[in-house]
Design a protein around this ligand. Structure first.
Ligand code: ATP
Ligand code: MG
Ligand code: MG
Length: 656
């Protein structure tokens, strides 16, 4: 009967029930790029599937025709894969589109109309909103609420045929306008939209509402655990209402069996009916709305209070009601059958909620992310400052680092908690500390000339690739008279406690400093450009102090700095990135987030790097010693155009 995704529904139906596996889903709307918040959801869903040898469906929740696009579909698949998760089953690439179920959703809506659980409402959107009531006051029934199923069905079909304009009417579920849960006050399930859909084209001009579509997608795919964020907690009652009432359609073969079973029972004697009735008594009634439901509910409650009331007669009333209108009694059927027939007959998904990720110094709402890109405030979706997964990837984040972060932040029901951005950076630092080879780069170079070092002399200096992992080998760097050093490793007006290169003054001698793996030097004079900026530092070196030699410690030093020989160093572009926003909660809404952008969040440096980096490949990650972790840019790096991005500094220095 079912004609949706391959191999799911039938598999459960035919296989032994106790083999039903944990089945989860990750259901993004293809209307934007995935961000770090989605990563949390991906890790939970795909992670649980892995832990329990179940499956996680990659599903595109594309029921809203207006904003969705193939570009987003492609990038979402790419990001989930990159994070290390796989949605393929043994046989084939197998991902799902909610829009594949439109026929089914339509059929379920018709079914709801037929059994009196839905109606066409012609009130305006404003009237519907007004009549919905408030937390303190009940809503007001729509004047269209009591139309006959036949009339509702006729108009609904006209809606599908495009005979009514957008906004003129909606289909609403018929639940309870006085419910304390406002989400149960007859929520809309279908609306008119004359919009082309990225997959179904112009086939439809009515589309299901998200809150209706989502539970049905889950039932149709045999999801067991539908995990979502806490904002949907109040929707759970409607989620259950929709899944339970869909059973006659979505579980038709099983439903028919169950209904037949009830029918058989009704014809049997009291003793045969008794187990069923006892199970029914235990049943906790969920939504007693219709007169029939209430009547049965009263009988069951009475029996529960006084078991003597369980008689052939009361049992028959219940059975008759159930078999006359099994659809309305789906929840009862489901519960009772699972207890009497001991089979998980209508295995329906259950919704579980968890707290969404709130991360400081980023915005995560799709609207704002789109604005950043469209208004040119960043360089595209994969700008290394973006919290998108493509942005984090380009920034230098590895999938391991993001998974470690998701593991660390944990999952709870606590709302309003904020994770500090430094937790994300810390996870990256931790992963890269172990993984990344060390390299030398001089980010903001000035020249150091060692006046007493022979003009044509060079020396090779062996440098380990990773100080804690000798097995990773080493490479040799060339040492010579002219070197590049960091501008910050020399100071004309040293602050108190400065330990690197200075000039001698009347009060203090110059500070001796070690050039790492090489010699001890002292600055002697400087050359400046027209603007008074230091361009060259002259120095003398102590020839007996070469690292590892007997005289290495003849001159005491308190600091060691890195350097590159001018002859061999290669020019490179290093892009220094900082957090995109200058305040922790740019999303809080008090000020326009655009005005809160950190203006110093991107700096491009003309730098020098060691020659071995010519062999790097895009996305290779390194520690540039004393500076931080860097990645060869995914798009712009090549052997002739060395471009590196700062992924994260060695120490947390934000705002200092
Ligand atoms: P929108 O921004 O349009 O409201 P959304 O944030 O719900 O969309 P979806 O594409 O629908 O984005 O999300 C897919 C899944 O990712 C959902 O199950 C959602 O719960 C989860 N998700 C989205 N944002 C976060 C977050 N910040 N933390 C944890 N999970 C999230
Ligand atoms: Mg959503
Ligand atoms: Mg969102």
């Amino acid at each position: 009967h079912w004609r949706g995704a391959p191999g799911t529904y039938t598999e459960q139906m035919e296989g032994p029930v106790d083999e039903a596996k944990v089945r989860l889903r990750f259901p993004p709307e293809p209307n934007g790029y995935l961000h770090i918040g989605h990563a949390k959801s991906i890790c939970i869903n795909f992670g649980l599937a892995k832990d329990y040898q179940g499956r996680c469906h990659m599903r595109f929740d594309d029921t809203n025709p207006v904003k969705e696009d193939q570009e987003y579909v492609d990038s979402i698949l790419g990001s989930v894969n990159w994070l290390g998760f796989d949605w393929k089953d043994d046989k084939e690439i197998n991902y799902y589109f909610a829009s594949d179920y439109f026929d089914y959703m339509y059929e379920i809506a018709e079914h709801l109309i037929k059994i009196g659980c839905a109606y066409v409402d012609e009130q305006s959107a404003d009237e519907i909103r007004e009549n919905r009531g408030t937390l303190k006051s009940p809503g007001v029934n729509s004047p269209y609420r009591d139309r006959s199923p036949e009339e509702n069905l006729r108009i609904f079909r006209e809606m599908r045929e495009g005979k009514h304009p957008e906004g003129s009417m909606v289909v609403r579920s018929k639940i309870d306008m006085a419910s304390r849960n406002i989400n149960l006050r007859d929520p809309a399930i279908y609306r008119i939209r004359f919009a082309e859909h990225h997959r179904t084209g112009n086939k439809w001009c009515i589309y299901p509402m998200y809150t209706f579509a989502h539970p049905l997608e889950d039932v149709l795919e045999n999801i067991t655990h539908s995990i979502c964020t806490l904002e949907f907690e109040d929707q759970r009652a409607f989620y259950n209402w929709a899944t339970e009432r869909s059973v006659p359609i979505t579980r038709a073969p099983l439903f028919e069996k169950a209904a037949a079973y009830i029918g058989e029972l009704a014809g049997k004697d009291f003793e045969a009916q008794k187990p069923f009735m006892e199970a029914a008594v235990k049943f906790k009634w969920k939504l007693g709305q219709t007169a029939d439901e209430r009547k049965v509910f009263e009988i069951l409650t009475a029996i529960k209070e006084d078991p003597a009331k369980l008689s052939a007669e009361t049992a028959k009333t219940v059975l008759d009601a159930v078999s006359a209108n099994p659809a309305v009694f789906t929840p009862l059927l489901q519960d009772v059958l699972s207890q009497t027939v001991k089979a998980n007959y209508f295995l329906l998904p259950h919704q579980y909620e968890f707290n969404r990720l709130n991360l400081t110094y980023v915005v995560m709402s799709k609207r704002k992310l789109i604005a950043l890109v469209k208004e040119g405030l960043v360089d595209g979706w994969d700008d290394p400052r973006m919290p998108t997964l493509v942005g984090l990837r380009r920034r230098g984040y590895s999938p391991e680092a993001i998974r470690l972060f998701c593991e660390r932040i944990g999952v709870s029901k606590q709302t309003g908690a904020w994770i500090d951005h430094s937790v994300l950076e810390g996870a990256l630092r931790e992963v890269l500390d172990a993984q990344a080879d060390r390299r030398i780069a001089v980010q903001d170079p000035i020249k150091l000339v060692i006046d007493n070092y022979p003009e044509d002399q060079t020396e090779e200096v062996e440098t380990p690739n990773h100080p804690q992992h000798p097995e990773r080998g080493s490479r040799s760097l060339m040492f010579s008279k002219e070197l590049w050093i960091e501008r910050s490793d020399f100071s004309e007006n040293p602050p108190k406690g400065y330990r690197r290169l200075t000039l001698a003054t009347a009060e203090k001698p110059a500070i001796p400093v070690r050039l790492r793996h090489a010699y001890v030097v002292e600055a002697t004079s400087v050359e400046k450009d027209a603007d008074g900026k230091v361009v060259t530092v002259h120095a003398k070196y102590y020839p007996e102090t070469r690292s590892g030699s007997a005289g290495a410690n003849n001159v005491k030093t308190k600091a060691a700095i890195h350097w590159l020989s001018c002859k061999e160093a290669l020019p490179a572009e290093i892009r220094l990135y900082d957090r995109l926003f200058s305040v922790p909660k740019p999303d809080s809404g008090e000020e326009d987030f655009r005005t809160l952008i950190n203006k110093d969040s991107k700096t491009v440096c003309k730098s020098y790097v060691e020659p071995s980096l010519k062999l790097a490949k895009p996305e290779d990650r390194f520690q540039f010693e004393r500076n931080g972790y860097y990645v060869a840019d995914q798009k712009d790096f090549s052997a002739d155009n060395l471009v590196f991005n700062l992924a994260v500094a060695l120490k947390d220095s934000f705002g200092k």
